[in-house]
Ligand binder design. Structure first.
Ligand code: ATP
Ligand code: MG
Length: 393
């Protein structure tokens, strides 16, 4: 074995007595994510996960997938070597030859986890630094601001060498499955996938619900939502997507309620149906992609009107974010290109010309009372289609 992946995790370490439970879930999630790529051996020791990849050609793709696993702070490939200073020196010189180029500055940072090792960390640093300085022309030591930080970790069985600069940043957050489950109202837009990702990052499993207005919205629009769910599933390993038939409700609102109240009444139906679905599937909260003031239905007064139909907490992680910030996140998680595909959403089909921005709850309730709300909801629930979504590869 020449190379191994070292995975560092963050917040779990703070979990005190529950730490091993969190570690177990993280390992399980890692194993699930990479099981179809290569045969691996995964072990955990001293707050580091070690992943041996038996097919060396697959090591980079394994690293790429690990970069989407919540709970991981950093990922790095390292050279494994014997626990004696000569082996460590040789391994460092050989393994980092593409990094230690003429003109580069470097320093060595050693960590001695095995206190029986005869040299302490400062001594290891000096021995390895001196060796590298002799081995390569044109490199200089700079302990304050080096181009390359050579890391040496002397652990239980082996020592490991890598350059800190070659680390890949992980997602951070908590492992999925440690935080229960929430139900995401997933539209085809930019915002809701970002909202789902932000909540999933806290270790929360995601069910998704989409309201679909056939034939006003096309099959392509549905495929777009499925694709967005598959992008989210890259982070959560799986998403159950529930497609709710929404046409009957939208037509009933259009035919019976004032046009300017349409969006809000529609949103109240969405919230109620999502809550019913969440209760059925043991989910503890709803998630939306709402951001204060972004559109008429997202003023604080409007949010109050839609929020008042549900008891469950409604998580709105984007509430204080600007559109530009949301777009940046959307690009980072890989959803943006899909989100901007130009297929209509059920809301865009039935948008009033002049929506109310300062709605009063009793006024909206009076408009809504023209409808047989309970019967409409029951019929929508009966027509739900469940689709199991797996990661988009
Ligand atoms: P998005 O970019 O997520 O579509 P938006 O800015 O277009 O959001 P709205 O259309 O007002 O805003 O929707 C607000 C939130 O309501 C969305 O973020 C989403 O959580 C939910 N939502 C809207 N339309 C649907 C839909 N057809 N199915 C499921 N949820 C929806
Ligand atoms: Mg939308």
């Amino acid at each position: 074995m020449k190379e191994i992946i070292l995975v560092k995790y963050g917040e779990i370490i703070l979990k005190g007595g529950n730490r091993s439970k969190f570690e177990k879930i993280l390992i399980q999630n890692i194993a699930n994510t990479i099981k179809n790529i290569a045969e691996t051996k995964i072990t955990i020791q001293q707050a580091t996960v070690y992943i041996e990849v038996f097919d060396e050609d697959k090591i980079d793709i394994v690293c790429e997938r690990l970069a989407k696993v919540f709970g991981i702070v950093s990922i790095v490939k390292a050279r494994v070597c014997d626990k004696n200073i000569e082996s460590i020196q040789k391994a460092a010189a050989e393994y980092l030859k593409d990094d230690l180029l003429p003109g580069k500055s470097f320093k060595v940072e050693a960590k001695r986890c095995d206190k029986r090792f005869p040299l302490n960390s400062i001594e290891i640093g000096m021995e390895v630094g001196g060796y590298l300085d002799d081995a390569y022309d044109g490199i200089v030591v700079d302990v304050h601001n080096p181009d390359i930080t050579v890391r040496v970790e002397v652990r239980d069985v082996n020592a490991y060498v890598y350059a800190r600069e070659n680390r890949i940043k992980g997602q951070g957050g908590m492992p999925i499955g440690t935080g229960g489950k929430a139900t995401l109202l997933l539209s085809g837009g930019i915002d809701s996938p970002v909202a789902g990702h932000m909540i999933a990052k806290r270790g929360i499993d995601i069910d998704a619900v989409n309201f679909f207005s056939f034939p006003y919205t096309s099959e392509r629009a549905k495929e777009k939502v499925e694709e967005l769910a598959a992008i989210l599933a890259q982070y959560t390993s799986r998403v159950n997507l529930y497609i709710v038939p929404f046409t009957e409700i939208q037509l009933a609102i259009r035919d019976n309620c004032p046009e300017e109240h349409m969006t809000l009444i529609m949103r109240r139906f969405m919230m109620k149906i999502a809550e019913r679905l969440a209760e059925k599937h043991h989910s503890s909260a709803l998630i939306t992609g709402e951001s204060a003031g972004q559109v008429a239905s997202q003023t604080l007064m409007a949010l109050n009107v839609t929020n008042s139909v549900v008891k469950m907490p409604v998580l709105r992680p984007l509430i204080g974010m600007d559109k530009i910030e949301i777009i940046e996140r959307s690009q980072k998680i890989g959803a943006f290109e899909t989100s901007i595909l130009p297929y209509e959403d059920c809301c865009t089909v039935f948008t009033p010309k002049h929506p109310t921005t300062k709605p009063k709850l009793f006024v909206i309730e009076r408009s809504e009372s023209k409808l047989d709300v309970d019967a409409l909801i029951e019929r929508a629930l009966e027509g739900i289609e469940k689709i199991e979504i797996f990661p988009k590869l």
